[in-house]
Design a protein around this ligand. Structure first.
Ligand code: MG
Length: 215
């Protein structure tokens, strides 16, 4: 409910485009991302790992737009993660071009950002997150990790990006499921590891969105 209340501050075209975009995001999680980006982004840019077709991107970027200071950087290699490959459980033929044998999620991301009127508030980076992070030096106010869901990818994203979060900034992790019956364990293991590291304060969980804050 919190999510629905907070997203009422979004412009209609942004909310409608986000709702219609392919992707997996609970309305309460979406509302929380919007609220945190609106709060944090006056400090520095926000960064997302895992743009896919732009659903979470729109909630975060609309928060940045409302705050009016810094954009969202959104990273994705746009090749789909391991669970989204042909024959895998999250494969979606609507985001795959059979003729080219490739994903078309970058096109869909761009279309959705135009529709949501957020093109000036998102800097998309089409690259592997670890590759994009190799030369990264800009401090960040919020990092949202929703990239590859293997243990290797989840921890790599954490080690690549978390240390760029400024004091009082947020680290958000999607698909944190304590019970293996609810989903894969890699994001949960990564979140629990991060939680125990010095320097982070646990804000809590909103559905499967784990939130930490840099002390
Ligand atoms: Mg996710």
């Amino acid at each position: 409910m919190d999510g629905i209340r907070t997203t009422s501050r979004m412009r209609r075209e942004a909310l409608q485009t986000a709702i219609e975009a392919h992707g997996f995001l609970d309305p309460e999680e979406a509302g929380k991302l919007f609220q945190l980006a609106a709060e944090a982004s006056s400090l520095a840019p926000c960064l997302e790992v895992g743009s896919y077709c732009g659903k979470s991107t729109i909630f975060l970027a609309e928060g940045c737009r409302i705050a009016g200071h810094n954009p969202l950087i959104s990273i994705d290699h746009h090749r789909g993660n391991e669970e989204q490959q042909p024959g895998q459980p999250y494969f979606n033929p609507e985001v795959y071009d059979d003729n080219q044998q490739s994903f078309i999620t970058f096109d869909l991301l761009r279309k959705n950002l135009y529709k949501a009127n957020l093109i000036d508030w998102v800097v998309p980076i089409v690259a592997d997150s670890a590759l994009a992070g190799r030369w990264w030096t800009t401090p960040l106010s919020l990092v949202f990790i929703d990239g590859g869901h293997s243990e290797k990818d989840a921890f790599q994203d954490f080690h690549t990006w978390a240390h760029h979060v400024l004091p009082r900034g947020y680290l958000c992790v999607h698909d944190v499921f304590a019970d293996p019956r609810d989903g894969g364990q890699a994001p949960y293991l990564m979140f629990e590891t991060a939680r125990k590291e010095a320097g982070w304060e646990t804000v809590g969980l909103v559905k499967s969105l784990g939130i930490l804050r840099r002390r």
